[in-house]
Write a protein that binds this ligand. Structure first.
Ligand code: PRX
Length: 658
């Protein structure tokens, strides 16, 4: 899709934005980087005082004594919900719209900061009444809704640690997360409504709890979204509106230490089951507030819209926490970009006069296709002149999609911030700043001021610009992952491996810096993690799901292959316990296995492509040769050396699609 010509074009920041930006021009950007370079702790301490209101000010900045278990601002105390809600009301923004909510079927409601505060307090009181205490874990399995945001804020208010599970995960995945977190309560809804379709969230919670291992759960609070039928266990279940109705609209915040765990968010790694990434309160809030302001050049009259789901980290940082901590007005959307038609995003930007729009490349790519065939889906048929800044997140944006987004959505006037970051980093790590950074399509450009990103070789030595390598962060930063819940050893092994003497944070991505400008381009994961439509998945998880179908499957190997729309697609190679199927039978079994993976993990993990073989390509010592499988999945001719292969004939067989 890309051409070299695209890749070399440079877009300087528009004059009008640069002039008044929070970070205005490259000199200002460099000054901030220099400040961090000169006095790292002083830099972050200055920002922590500016962006966070502390109950008790911190006196220590960074504690490295138990590295890599770093601590930031440890003796400071704060409450994150106080910072996001009360403070704005105290500053006179009580009547300002915090959230413009649009439902799947197009109904719009507005919610002021005062209303959010009062309802958060009621929900927080309801949680306290249910016995939820500081440090308890609460699982949130909710649709995109104001209530979803309130549930997170209410947990923060009482010092409970939330763990949001994306509504697309199956009962089994939900169960695993509830068990691992030892959650005492679950907050859910009767049903989720997306693209005109209902998904029975409460029934999935019931199923998850019935699978066992969830005895820690004492209460399930149910938000009534659709009024659909649900089973109710009076000893355990309670309607959210009933639980909130009798509660006072004030709730004294629980003042917590800066390192108190604000949330867990489960994400995939290259091995084993999903890991509960644990974030702290103070440092996370700082980076959420700071990056929302600088990366999007947020101003008081902006209408900000991040299209992510609160089930992912983007929804945490750039819906629930960052915009509210800045007193911004934001759009929250229940539905999907293609319902009732693929012009939904553009119509909503027009209707709500959105000024900052933040979405994923996968959405852009699918909307490009839709616009080619349907005028209602063509952004040029909408008034998008309100837009000022565009953002991209979750996966690499290919230059052709970047150009289309820039031209047709941004009218050629809006900078695109291609933000590289991860669940573990809490907020943006490498990103342009709209009023400072000249943009190069396909490059996430330069580190956020204070983030010490570098590209190194296997020994931890920095490679020259122009040469690819491993992306690392050389110094701890405030919003970084604190540990993997319940598994500190895995935390150390995954992120601070001995290869770099435990000194550098390993992102798990490859990167290359431009030979002239030093701009970063992310070249993709260097581990067995896939990125499908911006959703992160481990190949091992999908393999485990497949082989757990013990009746059918003997062995499975999963790899990713490039996909024009979803970025990567899941491709599974399966050996059955019966003779290799062909024709209709192969199709039927592939469908059954797809459904099975959907049930085990969630629909997002369903393999797009399933190939059957009598065996898998293995070395004589029995190791599966994944690089060959990757080549086969891509449809490439095998040019690699296959002499170490036990069974070369298998390659031909696996090349056949069903
Ligand atoms: O591979 C990188 C890719 O997404 C991974 C992180 O996924 P997750 O934790 O789910 O967080 C997604 C939202 C922040 C990274 O390791 N990734 C994320 N943003 C970009 C990206 N790859 C290229 N460019 C980006 N802007």
């Amino acid at each position: 899709m890309s051409t070299p010509e695209h890749e070399t074009r440079i877009y300087p920041p528009p004059e009008a934005i640069a002039r008044q930006a929070h970070v205005s021009g490259m000199d200002a950007y460099r000054q901030l980087c220099d400040e961090a370079e000169r006095d790292y702790q002083g830099y972050w301490a200055r920002l922590a005082r500016e962006f966070v209101t502390w109950r008790q000010p911190f006196t220590q900045v960074l504690d490295e004594s138990q590295a890599p278990f770093f601590k930031w601002f440890e003796d400071g105390t704060l409450n994150v919900s106080y910072n996001c809600l009360d403070l704005n009301v105290e500053r006179g923004l009580g009547d300002k719209t915090a959230i413009v909510f649009e439902t799947d079927d197009g109904q719009v409601s507005r919610h002021t900061y005062r209303q959010l505060l009062e309802r958060t307090c009621q929900l927080a009181n309801a949680l306290r009444e249910a016995g939820v205490k500081k440090g308890d874990r609460v699982v949130i399995y909710m649709p995109m809704s104001v209530e979803g945001v309130l549930a997170m804020q209410a947990c923060a208010r009482i010092g409970a640690t939330h763990s949001v599970v994306f509504g697309g995960f199956s009962a089994q995945s939900l169960r695993d997360r509830i068990e691992d977190a030892g959650a005492v309560a679950v907050i859910t809804a009767d049903e989720q409504l997306r693209g005109g379709k209902q998904l029975p969230l409460k029934a999935i919670v019931d199923e998850a709890l019935s699978l066992g291992g969830c005895d820690s759960v004492r209460q399930v609070l149910v938000y009534r979204r659709t009024g659909g039928n649900v089973n109710f266990d009076p000893a355990r279940d309670r309607w959210l509106h009933d639980a909130m109705a009798a509660q006072p609209t004030q709730c004294e915040p629980e003042w917590v230490g800066a390192e108190h765990p604000l949330f867990l968010l489960y994400t995939s790694g290259s091995t084993g089951k999903p890991k509960g990434v644990q974030h702290a309160s103070g440092g996370y809030l700082l980076h959420a507030a700071l990056t929302t302001k600088w990366t999007f050049d947020l101003r008081p009259d902006d209408i900000f819209w991040c299209t992510a789901d609160i089930g992912w980290v983007t929804g945490h940082t750039y819906i629930t926490y960052g915009p509210l901590a800045n007193g911004a007005t934001q759009v929250v959307f229940e539905g999907v970009p293609t319902y009732p038609d693929a012009g939904r995003f553009w119509r909503m930007i027009q209707d709500h006069k959105v000024t900052i729009f933040y979405t994923a490349p996968t959405a852009i790519r699918s909307l490009i296709k839709a616009a080619e065939v349907n005028p209602a889906a063509d952004p040029r048929n909408y008034d998008l002149t309100s837009l000022r800044v565009l953002g991209s997140v979750g996966e690499p944006i290919n230059p052709a999609a970047w150009e289309w987004y820039h031209q047709n959505v941004g009218g050629g006037r809006c900078p695109i911030v291609d933000t590289f970051w991860q669940t573990e980093t809490g907020g943006h790590m490498i990103t342009p700043l709209p009023g400072a950074t000249p943009l190069v399509p396909g490059s996430c450009s330069l580190p956020f001021p204070g983030i010490m990103a570098a590209v190194v070789d296997e020994t931890g030595k920095e490679v020259p610009w122009g040469q690819g390598g491993i992306l690392v962060v050389k110094k701890p930063w405030p919003s970084m992952i604190r540990t993997i819940y319940g598994d500190p050893e895995r935390f150390k092994k995954s992120y601070y491996p001995a290869d770099f003497q435990g000194k550098y944070y390993l992102a798990g991505d490859g990167a290359v810096r431009d030979a002239k400008t030093g701009y970063f381009t992310i070249t993709g994961r260097i581990d067995d993690v896939l990125n499908v439509s911006g959703h992160r998945m481990g190949t091992m998880e999908i393999e485990s799901a497949l082989v757990s179908h013990t009746e059918l499957v003997a062995e499975a190997a999963v790899v990713g292959r490039p996909d024009d729309t979803t970025g990567e697609a899941v491709c599974a190679f399966v050996v059955l316990k019966r003779p290799r199927p062909e024709g209709e039978e192969a199709k039927r079994i592939a469908k059954e296995l797809r459904e099975w993976v959907g049930k085990e993990i969630g629909p997002i993990a369903k393999p797009k492509d399933i190939r059957f073989g009598d065996n898998l390509p293995k070395t004589r010592s029995g190791k599966i040769m994944r690089r060959l499988l990757r080549a086969i999945a891509k449809g490439e001719a095998i040019t690699q050396d296959t002499s170490t292969l036990e069974n070369p004939a298998i390659l031909e067989q696996l090349s056949q699609t069903n």
